[in-house]
Design a protein around this ligand. Structure first.
Ligand code: SAH
Ligand code: SF4
Ligand code: F3S
Length: 471
């Protein structure tokens, strides 16, 4: 199937709606002395963060002031996630809280979009249990926000836009959260159907953006002074396959890394079954590519990997890790692990612990398996009791904390370049930043350093952070 690039006319139609709504919002601002505000609440992964930057971009183009909290909003868009049950419950409870805001301001329009409401049963939940939600739109319909909002305002009826065809939409306005870190989606969707995962059902099949558009976007970001750019896709290693390009992700990364400037490229996520040595070589050979690799293992047991439909075995995974370590000394390696997948025995779980000991990850993101309606794994009889899952989860964390603490000690006394993100949560005088490998670094400094590179001499190494001083 060939990827559908959304025709220019479809975007132009949305721009027309944006202009109309803007005229009305401008009129309101002149009359009332303040602008209607919009608030975008985002759950889930970076892909959703990137979508929300488009939603905020469209809202701004429609003449809304973008707010950092929902209380005074005239438009609230909740961008939801469905990856685990917890993510859905959080989104639903947040939507529940907005009821009170609507009681105070009946003019408020509440919209819900994203992965959770790209499932029929959740659309029905919204329809019947959240009557104050004005419209719902699926992940494929993000670009239709202006049209839906316009219809809602004109006709007042509730709307459900859930059957939009998946495509690639170019040319939407983007309102970026940061002026030094940026997301760039290079492709959308997933074809892998890992048996536990909802993503292929709520994000559609893989489709790539044209390389010309990606290169132009990254070039522009670098020109604007962005220092850290993350290329996004559910499986970036499949880039271009849907377009029949004779040009793969390694080629794209290499070409992007040759753009002149002082910036670092990250990417996520790479599926181990398609991770190539060619890609590792691109990391090794380019100073502008982060010496970091996120390679989700999920489980260290071949039996479980097979049940997960992951299409690789542990030894093939270890091959690519060995190659990375040999080619890129000091590479930061991170992973995702699922604990308590149906049928996971103590021996399978031991395999995962053993894999952690072997690879020695700098960091892991670990999750307790959560059954997702409509996925094959949810139908497996042998679901693991939650007490067993939690016990294994804690053992996994304890081991990883030990490993991360040991690994981090090697940074003691080193001077590392860090991109400063501003004051830390707990202390306004302590700045927080990240290394090229995304390790957290804390140091005394002023918030004027936000968005700048600083050289930090490390004098303390903890499990989750390095502590140092500016040199
Ligand atoms: N496309 C990426 C990540 C997708 S979601 C990839 O393939 O790696 C991020 C992580 O969430 C996954 O790597 C997996 O570890 C976890 N995850 C996905 N579905 C899950 C589920 N049903 N229960 C628990 N964790 C899950
Ligand atoms: Fe989900 Fe697997 Fe696709 Fe990742 S590769 S999004 S885990 S189905
Ligand atoms: Fe969640 Fe959708 Fe991302 S399910 S993890 S927001 S792709």
């Amino acid at each position: 199937m060939k990827t559908k690039i959304l025709p220019k006319e479809d975007i132009e139609k949305q721009i027309k709606y944006m202009t109309q709504i803007k005229a009305e919002n401008d009129r309101f601002a002149t009359e009332n002395g303040f602008r209607r505000g919009a608030f975008v609440m985002t759950f889930g992964c970076q892909q959703n963060e990137a979508d929300s930057e488009k939603i905020a971009g469209m809202a701004e183009a429609m003449g809304y002031e973008i707010l950092s909290s929902p209380e005074k909003a005239y438009l609230i868009v909740v961008n939801t996630c469905a990856i685990r049950e917890h993510a859905e419950l959080k989104a639903l409870s947040t939507i529940g809280q907005y009821k009170h805001i609507k009681q105070k301001n009946p003019e408020l329009v509440i919209a819900v979009c994203g992965c959770m409401v790209t499932q029929e049963h959740r659309v029905n939940d919204i329809k019947f249990k959240y009557p104050y939600v004005d419209f719902v739109f699926s992940t494929a319909a993000i670009h239709k926000l202006p049209e839906l909002l316009s219809q809602k305002i004109k006709r007042g009826k509730r709307l459900y836009c859930t059957d939009e065809e998946y495509s690639v939409a170019e040319g939407l306005p983007i309102r970026r959260e940061s002026n030094y870190r940026a997301w760039v989606s290079i492709m959308y969707g997933c074809n892998n159907f890992c048996t536990y995962c909802i993503v292929p059902y709520v994000r559609g099949r893989e489709r790539s953006r044209r390389k010309e558009e990606i290169i132009a976007e990254v070039r522009e970001l670098v020109a604007q002074g962005y220092k850290d750019i993350t290329l996004l896709g559910q499986n970036v290693n499949s880039y271009g396959k849907d377009m029949g390009f004779d040009y793969d992700f390694a080629d794209l990364l290499d070409e992007l890394a040759h753009i002149e400037g002082d910036y670092i490229l990250h990417f996520m996520t790479s599926h181990p079954k398609d991770a190539t040595k060619k890609l590792v070589d691109v990391i090794a050979n380019n100073k502008n590519v982060a010496k970091q690799f996120h390679l989700p293992l999920q489980s260290g047991s071949d039996r479980i990997l097979k049940a997960m439909n992951r299409h690789y075995q542990l030894d093939r995974y270890m091959d690519i890790v060995e190659y990375m370590k040999a080619k890129v000394p000091d590479i930061v390696i991170t992973t995702d692990i699922i604990v308590g997948f149906p049928g996971e025995t103590e021996e399978d779980f031991e395999g995962t612990l053993e894999a952690l000991r072997k690879v020695r990850y700098d960091m892991i993101y670990s999750f307790i398996y959560s059954p997702r309606k409509g996925t094959p794994a949810a139908e497996i009889e042998d679901q693991i009791p939650s007490a067993v899952q939690s016990e294994r989860f804690n053992r996994l964390l304890a081991l990883q904390n030990e490993i991360a603490y040991e690994i981090n000690q090697k940074h003691l006394g080193e001077t590392i370049r860090v991109l400063c993100d501003g004051p830390s949560k707990n202390n306004p005088d302590v700045m927080c930043g990240r290394t090229e490998g995304n390790k957290i670094v804390l140091f005394d400094g002023s918030s004027e350093l936000t968005g700048q590179y600083v050289n930090i001499k490390i004098n303390k190494c903890e499990t989750f952070a390095l502590v140092g001083e500016i040199v």
